[in-house]
Design a protein around this ligand. Structure first.
Ligand code: NAD
Length: 495
């Protein structure tokens, strides 16, 4: 019997897969071990899932390699790769509500946000990359006119290992799976041990869509077990990782020490948001609150360092605090909830310890700063604004990954830029100003992979995303995203 379990969603129980997905079939872990998966809104165990380890990863890689050589990879034309992605997108749309409830129960996201944004955007991502499947190709190059001709072929890299985090389990699944499958790579993925349930359900849809056995394989497990086995595997051609800087370093080291596989890393951030006096303060506060409190602050691009011109500081903080207090905190399965719990008690405690350290270093709590009392327990932290912060404080320098905004003031554009760029990270930044020239100037000077002007956290499947400095290597989304799964072969002809 295939490993599966009944889990309770909003108003019904559903059967979900809980095994390892290899060759379009479900398996128990080779050593039969499992691990528990919790609901962060109440701390209760939802179910147990197969705990994959290196032996399971080996089987998944063999399946992926075989598929790549025989029924997938260069054996399948671009139209078919596109049509499979479109079919998968349609199936996700059919099951959108069910998937949203799974994501909500396992990840603590408001169900409406999971359904309409996370899953809605992922469906869009699959369709977007279906469009690229047949449109990325090489070129012909005349090397000696009339006698010699060279051309390039863009070929799928082979077997892609993909390791994803818990903050956007479906979103990060889509950013990885869609370009890899459009390019023709086969996949061995490991979801986060905290949020494996949606990726497991999506394997059912992969099979139903008609993907050949072995094209997509999923090994749930922990970083030190399944994750490390992927990063160090000798027969994986590329590893795509999203997660923390610390793990990114380990992945790169393992890749370097094994077969020098290609590596793309989407890592953390400590993104600055700059508010100049000419900005529309009401609008800027809306975006700043969304930028820091969306997904309860568990967002790699969270605008967690707010730099406000001293002239408008007091007014701006007053508006911002009102927005923070208005966040719709509650049960994630409630349609009205936009702000759910943090993923774990450890994450909640870590976030609160940053508030304590900020206060001990001289910051003031303008709002929040405490656990939010949920009826049934749960790992909630109130949306928090810390004012009077200084660039040297721990809460300003380190990624908190929770709903905590550290506010500092500046007097000039130069000072704002210096403070904004004073970070090991460079994932994103926001600029709020009514002056178009200033917007151009400042966005040009910010060290960030993405700069938002008079908005924040707005992504498009067509626009590349990634970091500079220690926020990552490589790009996802857009044309750049599919190219990370392709290799250029140059062919020289003597005619
Ligand atoms: P994490 O680094 O702890 O874990 C991410 C994934 O890596 C998980 O699946 C985990 O099991 C696995 N892992 C852990 N140790 C490993 C190892 N030694 N070898 C291989 N895999 C290993 O990160 P997290 O706590 O799940 O996610 C939060 C982090 O992710 C934050 O730093 C956040 O900024 C970052 N993030 C970045 C982006 C982006 O696009 N830049 C997006 C989302 C999250």
């Amino acid at each position: 019997m295939a490993p599966s379990a009944k889990i309770q969603l909003n108003d019904k129980e559903v059967e979900v897969p809980t095994g390892i997905f290899i060759n379009n079939e479900w398996h128990y872990a080779a050593d039969s071990s499992t691990f528990e998966v919790l609901n962060p809104a109440n701390g209760q165990v939802i179910t147990s899932v197969a705990h994959g380890k290196s032996e399971d990863v080996d089987k998944a890689v063999s399946a992926a390699r075989k598929a790549f050589k025989t029924t997938w990879g260069k054996n399948v034309g671009p139209e078919e790769r596109a049509s499979l992605l479109l079919k998968l997108a349609d199936l996700m749309e059919r099951d959108q509500q069910l998937l949203a409830e799974i994501e909500s129960v396992n990840g603590g996201k408001g169900v409406r946000i999971a359904r309409d944004l996370d899953i809605g955007d992922t469906i869009g991502c699959l369709r977007y990359y279906a469009g690229w499947a047949g449109k990325v190709h090489g070129e012909t190059i005349e090397t000696a006119p009339k006698t010699k001709l060279a051309y390039t072929l863009l070929e799928p890299l082979g077997v892609a290992g993909q390791v994803i985090p818990w903050n956007y389990p479906i979103g990060m699944w889509g950013w990885k799976v869609a370009p890899a499958l459009a390019a023709g790579c086969s996949i061995v993925m490991k979801p986060s041990e905290l949020t494996p349930l949606s990726a497991l359900y999506l394997c059912k849809l992969i099979k139903e869509a008609g993907y050949p056995a072995g094209a997509v394989n999923l090994v749930p497990g922990f970083g030190q077990t399944a994750g490390a086995a992927i990063a160090s595997h000798m027969d994986i051609d590329k590893v795509a990782f999203t997660g923390s800087v610390m793990t990114g370093r380990k992945i790169m080291e393992a890749a370097a020490k094994s077969n020098l596989k290609k590596v793309t890393l989407e890592l953390g951030g400590k993104s600055p948001v700059l508010v100049f006096p000419s900005a529309d303060l009401e609008e800027a506060a809306n975006w700043a609150a969304l930028g820091c409190f969306f997904n309860s602050g568990q967002d790699c691009t969270a605008g967690s360092r707010l730099l406000v011109h001293e002239e408008v500081h007091d007014k701006f903080i007053e508006i911002l605090v009102a927005k923070a207090k208005a966040c719709a905190i509650g049960n994630p399965l409630d349609e009205a909830t936009s702000f759910g719990p943090l993923i774990s008690s450890a994450q909640r405690d870590k976030v609160l310890s940053y508030v304590d350290s900020g206060v001990s270093e001289g910051a003031k709590v303008a709002t929040g700063g405490k656990k939010w009392k949920a009826e049934n327990g749960g790992f909630y932290v109130e949306p928090t604004v810390l004012t009077g912060c200084k660039p040297s404080m721990q809460c300003v320098r380190e990624e908190i990954f929770g709903p905590v905004m550290s506010v500092m003031t500046f007097r000039s554009e130069e000072e704002a830029l210096e403070m904004a760029n004073d970070s090991i990270y460079g994932l994103a930044a926001g600029v709020f100003t009514g002056n178009a020239k200033q917007a151009m100037r400042v966005s040009g000077e910010l060290s960030a992979g993405t700069v938002w002007v008079n908005q924040y956290n707005v992504l498009s499947n067509a626009v590349p995303f990634g970091g500079v400095r220690q926020s990552g290597i490589g790009r996802e989304l857009g044309l750049a995203g599919i190219k990370e799964y392709l290799s250029t072969k140059s062919v020289h002809h003597n005619v």
